[in-house]
Design a binder for this molecule. Structure first.
Ligand SMILES: Cc1cc2nc3c(=O)[nH]c(=O)nc-3n(C[C@H](O)[C@H](O)[C@H](O)COP(=O)(O)OP(=O)(O)OC[C@H]3O[C@@H](n4cnc5c(N)ncnc54)[C@H](O)[C@@H]3O)c2cc1C
Length: 381
């Protein structure tokens, strides 16, 4: 997604753009995601406020809300058929402590657009049939879409605007010199004036030293067959500090993700293989569904898959110039909230490249570069 959105804005601005994708649009983390348009970071807003202050938490909330607006705008402007719905999400608390966190978060957002409302555990059960939750936060400004169709649609838009989108070409190395950037691929070398790294968790595979800035974390999903009963659940649900998340298709099929905490001791951190799934995580998912979504527990599982997220230590993305490089940029590590952080970050990056406009200072990769020695600086410059 990020690479295609950068390409769209660069192409609109008149740049000559090539998108190189090792796989194909939608085969990365975006297409494997749950497709939730959920404002904020992976932590509840009150936790964010504890770390960066109230103003900082509100600014991050505002950034992601505006970023989702931009994505919705792109989808509508280009009529991308991806099942977009923006009629809310439900964030659920597993225990009293998390319910308190949701209540304080909701209060923090008083006065913002669509802060939503807090429900008791009983109200959650009455309105949704989901049981054994301590409470909920209904958030009307969130939404959902089919992320695979989104990626393919964005790639088509980029192509229509003049970008060349090339699938099946992996970039193995990038070097910069005074004249530009050289990208090494198995098919040959590509010379370019500038390059944007939008490879998310795969960044360290291009240069191992990026591994000091971001960590790959594997997340896992399943989808069931359709339910004969009409779908009850209208909104995407995000529970237990985001460790579990699910939604129902109009056919009643359940898409469920999470439970990576079951894969002890590493919680799937550092795992980069998205060709298989963890059976331990799968068992934990089945147990969770049986306990909290009992009416859907008997649906047969039709497919399972995993995808690799990229996390940073401060939970914020890496958007800007690669430190020590003039012509190499990056937009990566959206910390499990790529559909929220990605679209605006991608646009701002494209504008910075085209017009030297400023980028969000909190997201600058340079903030983490103190962890690298000068000899470690990516790109070797
Ligand atoms: C199971 C799961 C559920 C998720 N649910 C949500 C959700 O509901 N909402 C949300 O906001 N976020 C969610 N996320 C996180 C979200 O998917 C990511 O933050 C977001 O998709 C990152 O987008 P991206 O474009 O940066 O990366 P990707 O979509 O991973 O794209 C990276 C691209 O780079 C290409 N690539 C990699 N290496 C190379 C190379 N060397 N050369 C050329 N190309 C290369 C890949 O082929 C890929 O196409 C979820 C993630 C997972 C795994």
């Amino acid at each position: 997604m990020v690479g295609c959105v950068v390409a769209i804005h660069l192409a609109r601005g008149g740049a000559d753009v090539v998108v190189l994708d090792a796989r194909a649009p939608g085969r990365g983390a975006t297409g494997r995601s749950a497709g939730f348009l959920i404002r904020g970071t992976a932590d509840h807003p009150d936790q964010v406020a504890s770390a960066v202050g109230r103003e900082g938490a509100l600014a991050l909330w505002d950034y992601t809300a505006g970023s989702i607006d931009e994505l919705v705008g792109l989808v509508r402007e280009h009529r991308i058929e991806c099942g977009l719905r923006r009629d809310g999400s439900l964030v659920l608390a597993m225990d009293d402590a998390e319910r308190g966190s949701l209540r304080v978060s909701r209060e923090l957002l008083e006065g913002t657009r669509e802060p939503g409302e807090i429900w008791t555990g009983d109200e959650v059960e009455q309105r949704t049939g989901l049981v054994l939750f301590a409470g909920g936060w209904f958030r009307p400004g969130d939404g959902v879409l089919d992320p695979g169709r989104l990626c393919r649609g964005l790639a088509d838009v980029a192509s229509r605007l003049g970008a060349r989108v090339i699938s099946g070409v992996r970039v193995d190395a990038i070097d910069e010199d005074g004249n530009g950037v050289r990208l090494t691929t198995r098919h040959g070398m590509i010379a370019s004036a500038q390059a944007v790294l939008a490879t998310n968790a795969a960044l360290p595979m291009i240069d191992a030293r990026f591994g000091r800035w971001l960590s790959p974390v594997r997340a896992q999903m399943l989808v069931t067959g359709p339910s004969r009963d009409a779908a009850r659940l209208s909104w995407p649900v995000y529970a237990h500090h985001g460790y579990e998340y699910w939604r129902q298709e109009p056919t009643g099929e359940l898409l469920f993700g999470g439970c990576r905490w079951a894969a002890k001791p590493g919680l799937e951190c550092g795992v980069t293989d998205d060709a298989c799934v963890s059976e331990t995580v799968f068992e934990a998912q089945r147990t969770f569904i049986a306990r909290h979504l009992p009416s859907l527990a008997s649906l047969p599982v039709r497919a399972r898959w995993s995808g690799i997220m990229a996390f940073t230590t401060d939970g914020l993305p890496l958007v800007g110039r690669v430190p020590g490089q003039e012509r190499l940029w990056m937009c990566a590590a959206c910390n499990g909230h790529g559909l929220a952080f990605g679209p605006r970050s991608a646009r701002l990056l494209a504008e910075a490249i085209l017009h030297a406009t400023p980028l969000p200072v909190d997201f600058t990769p340079a903030r983490l570069s103190s962890r690298m020695t000068s000899a470690d600086s990516p790109g070797g410059n």
